[in-house]
Write a protein that binds this ligand. Structure first.
Ligand code: GAP
Length: 488
C-alpha cells in the first residue's frame, strides 16, 4: 500500500485533499493521471453495461433528494454503526472494531511504562486485557450508541429541522424513485435495468486505508428489475438473474485485468444480510490490506419499491400483460465502488521487476484503463526536425487517444517514466526517421514503437501508425501485430 500511495502522489494519480492545510480526513483528490484512470473505469463500465446491452438504460439523479426518501429506504433508522467514545481523549471508535486494533497500556507491573500491545493480546507483563481506550490507554469508554452515517445538510436559506436533508449515502435510491418515470418514458418490458454512476457520502467512523474507505466516494450501481411471477430455466426469475449478475460482474473485473487468484466470492450469512435482502454475495479482492469487499450483488426483493410506494402514496408497479395483473418487480443490485475498483486495478497492475540489473516499476494496466495511451518521445530534443515530427505525431494521434509528448530526459529514463504510469506504447522519433537534410536525406519515415509489457521494439512507417494503434486499442495483441513489422 505504501508503494501505491507514494507512486500515486509522485506521478499525479492521487493527492491528499487540502494537503497544504494539513489534509482533510480521508478525502482524496484525483490528479491529472488519476482522473484519466477513473474516467476510463467509468467509461468502460458504462459502455459495457449501458450502451452495449439492450436491457439497460442510464440515469443521473441528483445527490440531494426529498428527505422522506431516506425514511422510506430505512437509512434514517437503520444506517447506523454502534460507536463508543473515550471519556478522556474524546476519540470515537466503532464498538465492533475496538478490540481489532492495537491498544495502549500503562503497565502497573513495570512502574507504569507505556506499551502498545497487539490487537486482542493481553499485556505480557501484568496479563491484563484491554479495558480502556485503545488510543490513549487512559479513558473509560462509553456504552455503545448508534451513530447515523448520513451527512446532514439544510435545503434552502433557513437552518431549521423542516429543511433538514442528507447527502445521499448511495446512488441506488435515485433509481428507485425514478422507476416509474423510466418505465413510462422508455416503454420497457421486464426484465430491464437502470444504471447510475455518481458520488455518495458516508460519515464513516473509521475511514482509512487510502481510497479504500472514504467519506466521499463514487459508486457504479445497477438496479435490475425482474418479474417475480416469472421463471427462467426452471428457477424464479430473481434467483436466475442474481446468479447471472454475479457471474457477469466477476467476468468484468477479470476482463480489465484483475487476476483470478486475487478475486473471490463471499456469500453473506443469514445473520449478516441487510434487512431488505434475500441473498447477497460480495466480490472480494485481495487488497494490500487483505481480502475485502470490492462490490456487492444483492437481491433486494420488492422492498424498495414497496417502501417508496408506501411513503409517497404513488403506485410503483408493472402491468404484466400476460397475466393481466400489476406486480411489484424484484430488484437485483450489482453495486461497485469506483474508487475501490481503481485501487484494485492499481494494486493488481503494480510490478517491481529487474531489467538488466536495474529495478523497473511498471503498471501493467489494461490498455483501455491506462491513463495515457501513447507517449511520443524525440530521441534528440536539439534536432528541430525530430521535435517537429514528434509534435505532429502527437497532434495526429491525440485526435483519438490520450497522448503525451515528453522530451525532458534521456530516452531510457523516459521509457521508465511511462512504464511507471502504465502507458502501453511509446513512439520514438530518431535521426533515421527524418534523415539528415544537410546531406539531402529524407529519412525512412519510420518510427520505433515500444511495447510496455514485453519491452519489444518495432519499426513502423508513419502512415501506418494510426491504423496500427486502432488495431491495438481495438483488442489486438502485441504478439498478433508486431510480427508484421521489422524489429528495431
Ligand atoms: N446500494 C448498495 C450499497 O450502497 P454498499 O455495500 O454499502 O452497498 C457498495 O456499497 C459499494 O460501494 C461497496 O462494495 C464499495 O465498493 C463502495 N463503498 C461503500 N462504502 C465506501 C466507502 N466508505 N469508501 C469507498 N467505497 C465505498
Amino acid at each position: 500500500m505504501d508503494a501505491l500511495v507514494s507512486l500515486s502522489k509522485r506521478r499525479g494519480f492521487i493527492f491528499q485533499s487540502s494537503e497544504i492545510y494539513g489534509g482533510a480526513g480521508s478525502c482524496w483528490d484525483y490528479g491529472p493521471l488519476g482522473v484519466e484512470l477513473k474516467q476510463n473505469i467509468k467509461r468502460v463500465w458504462w459502455r459495457d453495461y449501458v450502451q452495449r446491452r439492450p436491457d439497460m438504460m442510464g440515469l443521473d439523479a441528483s445527490i440531494l433528494m426529498h428527505p422522506t426518501v431516506w425514511k422510506a429506504s430505512g437509512h434514517v433508522d437503520n444506517f447506523t454503526d454502534p460507536m463508543v467514545d473515550c471519556l478522556e481523549c474524546r476519540r470515537r471508535f466503532r464498538a465492533d472494531k475496538v478490540d481489532e486494533t492495537p491498544w495502549v497500556h500503562y503497565c502497573p507491573a513495570t512502574k507504569g511504562n507505556k506499551f502498545t500491545i497487539s490487537a486482542g493480546e493481553p499485556c505480557s507483563h501484568c496479563g491484563v486485557t484491554r479495558t480502556l481506550c485503545p488510543e490513549c490507554g487512559k479513558g473509560e469508554l462509553t456504552p455503545p450508541r448508534q451513530f447515523n452515517l448520513m451527512f446532514k445538510t439544510f435545503m434552502g436559506p433557513v437552518e431549521e429541522d423542516a429543511s433538514l436533508t442528507y447527502l445521499r449515502p448511495e446512488t441506488a435510491q435515485g433509481i428507485f424513485v425514478n422507476f416509474d418515470n423510466v418505465l413510462q418514458s422508455m416503454r420497457r418490458k421486464l426484465p430491464f435495468g437502470i444504471a447510475q454512476i455518481g458520488k455518495a457520502f458516508r460519515n464513516e467512523i473509521t475511514p482509512g486505508n487510502f481510497i479504500f474507505r472514504t467519506r466521499e466516494f463514487e459508486q457504479m450501481e445497477i438496479e435490475f428489475f425482474v418479474n417475480p411471477l416469472e421463471t427462467v430455466d426452471g428457477r424464479p426469475a430473481d434467483e436466475y438473474w442474481h446468479e447471472r449478475w454475479i457471474e457477469d460482474s466477476m467476468a468484468w473485473f477479470r476482463r480489465y485485468g484483475l487476476s483470478e487468484e486475487n478475486l473471490r466470492l463471499r456469500e453473506h450469512a443469514a445473520d449478516e444480510l441487510a434487512h431488505y435482502a434475500k441473498r447477497t454475495a460480495d466480490i472480494e479482492y485481495h487488497f494490500p490490506i487483505g481480502w475485502s469487499e470490492l462490490m456487492g450483488i444483492a437481491n433486494r426483493t420488492d422492498f424498495d419499491l414497496k417502501q417508496h410506494a408506501k411513503f409517497s402514496g404513488k403506485a410503483l408497479t408493472y402491468f404484466d400483460e400476460e397475466r393481466k395483473e400489476h406486480v411489484v418487480p424484484y430488484v437485483i443490485e450489482p453495486s461497485a465502488g469506483v474508487d475501490r475498483a481503481l485501487l484494485a486495478f492499481l494494486a493488481d497492475a503494480y510490478r517491481e521487476e529487474e531489467v538488466r540489473g536495474e529495478k523497473r516499476v511498471v503498471l501493467r494496466l489494461h490498455p483501455e484503463l491506462a491513463p495515457l495511451k501513447v507517449a511520443v518521445l524525440p530521441l534528440l530534443k536539439k534536432r528541430e526536425d525530430i521535435v517537429r515530427t514528434a509534435h505532429a505525431i502527437r497532434d495526429e494521434l491525440s485526435k483519438d487517444w490520450t497522448v503525451v509528448y515528453d522530451d525532458t530526459a534521456a530516452i531510457g529514463r523516459l521509457y521508465r517514466r511511462q512504464d511507471e504510469v502504465g502507458t502501453p506504447y511509446c513512439v520514438t522519433v530518431d535521426v533515421q526517421t527524418v534523415g539528415d537534410p544537410a546531406k539531402g536525406e529524407i529519412g525512412d519515415r519510420k518510427v520505433t514503437i515500444r511495447d510496455r509489457d514485453s519491452m519489444e521494439q518495432i519499426r513502423v512507417p508513419l502512415d501506418q501508425l494510426g491504423p496500427l494503434f486502432r488495431e491495438l486499442f481495438g483488442g489486438a495483441t502485441w504478439g498478433g501485430v508486431a510480427g508484421r513489422f521489422g524489429a528495431n
